[in-house]
Ligand binder design. Sequence first.
Ligand code: SF4
Ligand code: SF4
Length: 339
Amino acid sequence: MESGTDMVAIYQEPIDAEAVKARARELGIDLVGIADGQAMDAHPPDPDDPRRPMDISDYDADRVVVLGKRYTAGTTRLTRWDERHKYYNDELTLTALEEASLELVLWLEDRGYPALIVPPTHVDPMRHDGGTAGPIGPLLSLDHAAVEAGLGTLGLNGQLITPEFGPRVLLTAVLTSAPLAADAPMTQSLCLGPACGRCLLTCPADAVRHWDRDWAACERLRSPHGFADLAEHIGRIIDEPDPLRKKAMLRSKAQFDLWQSILRGSGVVTGCRRCQDVCPVGADYPALQDALEEIPEATADKVQRLAEMVRAEADGARPEAHARQQRWIGSPPAAGPED
Ligand code: SF4
Ligand code: SF4
């Protein structure tokens, strides 16, 4: 009987990037781009914590096929950040994206090219340090991979922005060494910069910085019923001295939210996305605008901070975070609407 390696050597059909993209679109993928795995190996977004294709596979990571599926417009038009219905719908979109990613892997493997998925939900448990502060990211930064694959650029708060859907997309990646032409990254920033600043104005955690984000603060809302919430909830039950109150906590809304989240991932892998919703970039935005134009979370303090950022940039002073992420942010942002 042939080994898997022999099978691969014998049955490799000629394929190209266009065939892979066409198959992805047939599977319901909205955006697809192909990044050069070696370029990603050479440019990890955080050199102190490199997460590179080469760390995942020695053999099957020459190319990173980045797949994007748009959020449904109806859920984007729900304006509360903590809307469970929205979490649940987003989780269904993610499920569809993950299933399409698996179908693409099987399609590649049927043609002789081993492949594997990097989903946004899988984190390396070896990186868990016993604490609950801060996010543990997936094995690759999918937003950075999407930029490398030519799908968009990073915005003021580090979110991927695409011409088609702005930041309103979920992402996975498929690693393969199939002989596919890589796409060229965009060089011009799509973000309108602090002159826009709508992501900062809306953020309920006030986590948006000048070309940066307080990722730990964001995580508590982006994953409101994630590991930190679970650990704290169980801790509160353990610490409660009154047996009746302890029992009531088992039937509380907090426990119900956690139960539902564990059941489907809604509120764990999906949560706050207000910064994605209100971003005015994207061909889809005009159809969303009437529900999203107003930003009730804006405060005078946030407006003032943005004005300071605009002034600093006019003086040529961009923060160090911008220099660190310049490769993915692109060349200086286009002028804001009122400039
Ligand atoms: S996901 Fe929510 S909490 Fe995180 S930066 Fe965006 S608006 Fe803020
Ligand atoms: S909301 Fe404005 S500032 Fe924020 S990422 Fe989008 S374009 Fe950039």
